[in-house]
Write a protein of this length. Structure first.
Length: 190
């Protein structure tokens, strides 16, 4: 919570004014998939690019400024007691790309939370807005890391390519996979 409050202060975020949605379910019926986004936040940056925090400058890659357009950002919060505030993973990018390219977002009463009940109707759905950016917000006991990730069309195409893999994996659990030996064990000494 301290790290989250710190982020809100540093980035000039007023919750009532700037947080447009929280825990919003987003659906793409064409592909199909669904998921829940953490926050949609209207962020204001003083410049179109922002410098990397000095303590997270990568050693191998030249550290250039990162695009930070002002506008509506799709932000996913990640908490951890062990990982650094700079940690991002490929699946974070896939997750953001999927949510950004969802078709509709839901504002449902509790009884039709996932849009699949008899109570649900189109008045609970609205088109997903354009996001100017997508980011991971890492929350740690010693601070936060706001990490923009390019969840663009290429990332979305990659996500779509993974869906058959996810289906296959869910249908074919590997719990019965184990090393075998060629013959029965020889019992020694009775
Ligand atoms: Zn509904």
């Amino acid at each position: 919570m301290d790290a989250y409050m710190e982020f809100l202060t540093d980035f000039g975020v007023d919750i009532r004014r700037d947080i447009k949605a929280a825990e919003c379910t987003m659906i793409n019926r064409t592909i199909p998939y669904g998921g829940t986004s953490d926050i949609w936040a209207r962020l204001r940056f003083p410049a179109p690019t922002s410098p990397i925090m000095p303590r997270f400058k990568p050693r191998a890659v030249p550290a250039g400024p990162i695009p930070t357009p002002s506008g509506l950002w799709l932000v996913d919060l990640k908490t951890s007691l062990t990982k650094p505030a700079s940690a991002v993973y490929d699946d974070h990018l896939m997750q953001l790309a999927a949510l950004r390219h969802a078709e509709v977002a839901l504002i449902c009463p509790p009884e039709c939370r996932y849009g699949e009940s008899e109570n649900h109707d189109a008045s609970h759905e609205f088109p997903v807005p354009e996001f100017v950016g997508t980011a991971i917000l890492n929350l740690r006991t010693n601070g936060y890391g706001f990490v923009p990730l390019p969840a663009d069309r290429d990332a979305f195409d990659a996500f779509c390519g993974l869906i058959p893999l996810a289906h296959y994996e869910s249908l074919h659990r590997r719990g019965d996979a184990a090393p075998v030996q060629r013959s029965l064990p020889v019992r020694r000494g009775r």
